[in-house]
Design a protein around this ligand. Structure first.
Ligand SMILES: Nc1ncnc2c1ncn2[C@@H]1O[C@H](COP(=O)(O)OP(=O)(O)O)[C@@H](O)[C@H]1O
Ligand SMILES: C=C(OP(=O)(O)O)C(=O)O
Ligand SMILES: [Mn+2]
Length: 547
């Protein structure tokens, strides 16, 4: 039987389907079934034991099918293939697990605020909390568009967060763990059949990033550019995008009392402008400071009756009083909260906006050698987009403890399954067409590397973002950072000039130089490895640090 039909049968023959519950009903079920605790302020708390505290890139798989194969970049280490037969076995196993569940939850949502390309997503799960997560993160089906888009396409997602795969039959089919056992979790996408499976991962991010990856596969086929970014706009409708890998500040910096938020993580840029994909945010909670990040803090920790609340706090340390200690990272440094956009004080209700005026690339350089802000010309912008540099910090992916240099093209390689030129050509064309101004902001270390220097103060980073977005860096003087080929403003309102050139913040200039050269060589080595045999314009290649 067809995979989708088998699932439909399983749902039809199940005695206890809870379909499209209201928010309140989902919250009540999650609490009654002890999937979550009600915390002091009314939000829900849950704990998803390791390895479910972050994404699982090594267990995230794409089904090989002739229909979708040619669009996918199989050279990317992030696109891990699984054969159709193995997926069919997993699907069948998941269906028998589902059939044995007392209750099954179904939600019908869409992803994409622009109805022209919204993707209907039906989520089937045994967990009320997962179905609430889809209410937080995916959008209501807009009235009147059901027929047009549901007829055109749709995606079905089956989520069994706490069931483990019976590995005995999957030896040689699924990943072998370092200790020789077979992995008992799988996050699988079947683009051709419109099916997704989250089996054995309870991290909410697995669900949201799976659907993001699906959008990033489908949209380029329609000439729409999907981007791993947050977006906000000022009162004149001037829109900014913030691209960056995990932990670089997309969610933090886009939540701004003076700029209306479209979304914190996933957007499409089409002929209609920019549209958020999601309905909510998924914010990191570690060390969240109510003074420095009041918007996010209040979205999660405002007081309300729990039935009206429904923010889901994952893996933060909580005392029996129901209060949190957000500095405690014993469970994980990647504690998170999901909440609907409407919990924030300043949002754009439509989640859609104009073509961006400014694009900010965020990086969190743990070497402390990249300038905190610099301006990129079009060739530089393309280079930094192709490289997607940051230092990967602990937590968001399992297994990362110390920061490691990461190059992840388009600031989101794990989520961008198609051949790379598809995304980069589109960005280049769009930025040219709309004269987009691009800045690079380093939200990472200053005064020395991780362990010696300090992370840039959020208040100072915000001052730099404000200056860039308000056009206040257009007419200041710039100086060249020769090693990284970057133009650095000598003055930025609200920021001590001394910190604008990293060299001036290090007590030991030689140590700075050594570290900077080392990083620049990592750039050029990576460039050669990833793009050495690709047809990259010479003016882009020349911008690579270390070249
Ligand atoms: N200067 C800074 N700019 C942005 N974030 C910072 C800065 N200093 C510390 N942080 C912290 O870094 C993290 C940034 O994470 P987040 O905004 O969730 O990134 P993303 O959404 O890109 O994954 C937050 O925990 C934030 O409090
Ligand atoms: C949810 C995630 O996204 P980000 O860290 O970019 O917010 C993730 O990478 O797991
Ligand atoms: Mn984020």
């Amino acid at each position: 039987m067809e995979l989708k039909a088998a699932l439909t049968d399983a749902i039809d023959s199940h005695g206890q389907i809870r379909k499209n519950l209201t928010r309140e009903e989902s919250i009540k079920d999650a609490v009654d079934r002890k999937e979550a605790l009600v915390t002091a302020n009314g939000a829900l708390a849950t704990w998803t034991p390791a390895p479910s505290t972050g994404r699982a890139p090594l267990d995230t798989l794409i089904v090989r099918r002739p229909e979708s194969d040619s669009n996918i970049d199989w050279d990317s280490p992030n696109n891990l293939p699984v054969d159709a037969e193995t997926f069919e076995m997993l699907w069948a196993d998941a269906l028998s697990v589902l059939a044995a569940k007392e209750t099954v939850y179904v939600t019908d949502r869409v992803v994409g605020a622009d109805p022209a390309y919204a993707l209907p997503v039906q989520t089937i799960t045994d967990r009320a909390l997962t179905s609430l997560f889809t209410l937080n993160m995916f959008r209501d089906v807009p009235e009147g568009i059901e027929e047009s888009i549901f007829a055109k396409r749709g995606f079905t997602l089956l989520v069994l967060p706490y069931d483990k795969i019976d590995t005995s039959r999957y030896e040689g089919r699924l990943r072998e763990l370092p200790d020789g056992r077979t992995s008992d979790m799988a996050i699988v996408m079947d683009f051709a059949k419109g099916l997704g499976l989250v089996y054995g991962s309870a991290y909410g991010g697995s669900v949201k990033k799976l659907i993001f990856t699906v959008m990033n596969y489908y949209l380029p086929l329609e000439n729409i550019l999907p981007i791993h970014c947050s977006a906000n706009e000022n009162s004149n409708g001037e829109l900014s995008l913030f691209l960056g890998l995990s932990g670089t500040g997309k969610t933090t910096l886009s939540a701004d009392a003076n700029r209306a938020l479209l979304g914190d993580d996933e957007h499409g840029w089409s002929g209609n402008g920019v549209a958020n994909f999601e309905n909510g945010c998924y914010a990191k909670l570690i060390d969240l400071n109510p003074e420095k990040e009041p918007e996010i803090f209040n979205a999660v920790f405002h007081e309300d009756d729990y039935l009206n609340h429904g923010a889901i706090v994952e893996n933060a340390m909580m005392y029996p009083s129901g209060k949190f200690d957000l500095s405690d990272d014993r469970m994980t440094p990647n504690s998170r909260a999901s909440y609907p956009l409407t919990f924030l004080s300043n949002i754009k209700p439509s989640s859609t906006g104009n073509n961006p005026k400014t694009v900010v690339f965020l990086t969190a350089d743990a070497n402390g050698v990249l300038p905190p802000i610099s301006r990129l010309n079009p060739a530089q912008a393309m280079l930094w987009f192709l490289l997607g540099y940051t230092s990967k910090l602990a937590g968001t992916e399992t297994g990362i403890v110390d920061p490691v240099s990461t190059f992840s093209r388009f600031f989101g390689q794990p989520f961008m399954p198609c051949l790379p030129h598809i995304y980069s050509d589109m960005l280049g064309h769009k930025m040219k067409e709309h004269d987009t101004v691009v800045y690079l902001i380093n939200t990472g270390w200053s005064g020395g590397p991780y362990g010696v220097g300090q992370r840039m103060d959020i208040t100072l980073t915000r001052a730099m973002v404000d200056a860039a977005l308000d056009g206040k860096l257009e007419n200041v003087k710039y100086q060249r950072d020769k090693l990284f080929h970057l133009d650095v403003p000598v003055f930025c309102p609200g920021v001590p000039s001394k910190i604008l050139m990293p060299e001036n913040t290090w007590p030991d200039k030689n140590a700075y130089k050594e570290r900077a050269i080392k990083l620049s060589l990592e750039f050029s080595d990576y460039f050669d490895k990833a793009y050495g045999n690709k047809n990259i314009d010479d003016d882009v290649r020349k911008q690579c640090p270390g070249k």
